[in-house]
Design a binder for this molecule. Structure first.
Ligand code: HEC
Length: 146
């Protein structure tokens, strides 16, 4: 119920600002399911990130960051976020070579990767969403996900 209310508020704000509307409710529901089954174990069930996510852990690896408004996911364009989820990611300064953020390109379909990213956008402030939307004009989702 609370998330429905939040979505209604976000949609209202988007309409007022004359922005392109958010993804459909159906896509966002699918994205939320993907998040809970594939991402929450590391990034937190409320996308709050791992504890002490801002510092390297005892292995010298960066922990999973939040995806909500406290994190920095909103600073990346759609194209970049899509690549991170499809191909995986590790901080170049990690002390290990391990791919700490796993690649989901073989587990998730392009539409599922897009849905989970679009779901994360519902966790951001209107200002963060506007910033991210502008960034994404220069680096949109790849054609496989459109
Ligand atoms: C096994 C744990 C694990 C799982 C599962 C996981 N991640 Fe991550 N993820 C990480 C770690 C660790 C990082 C940080 C990597 C670094 O910076 O070195 C990360 C980083 C990211 C980033 C880039 C950082 C940012 O927010 O700017 C995105 C985007 C991301 N993950 C999305 C996802 C999504 C979406 C899923 C589910 C489909 C997912 N992750 C599942 C561990 C995980």
């Amino acid at each position: 119920m609370r998330s429905l209310l939040a979505l209604a508020l976000i949609l209202g704000t988007a309409a007022r600002a004359g922005e392109s509307p958010l993804a459909s409710t159906q896509e966002l529901d699918a994205g939320r399911r993907v998040y809970q089954t594939q991402c929450a174990s590391c990034h937190g069930s409320r996308a709050e990130g791992a504890p002490n996510w801002q510092r390297p852990d005892e292995h010298g690896e960066m922990p999973a960051p939040p995806h909500d408004r406290e994190g920095h996911t909103w600073k990346h364009a759609d194209g970049m976020l899509y690549r991170i989820v499809r191909d995986g990611w590790r901080d170049p300064f990690n002390k290990t070579q391990r791919l700490t953020m796993p690649a989901f390109g073989r587990t998730l379909a392009p539409a599922e990767i897009r849905a989970v990213i679009d779901y994360l956008k519902t966790l951001w402030t209107p200002e963060q969403r506007r910033f991210q939307e502008a960034e994404s004009r220069g680096e949109p989702y790849p054609s496989e996900a459109r």
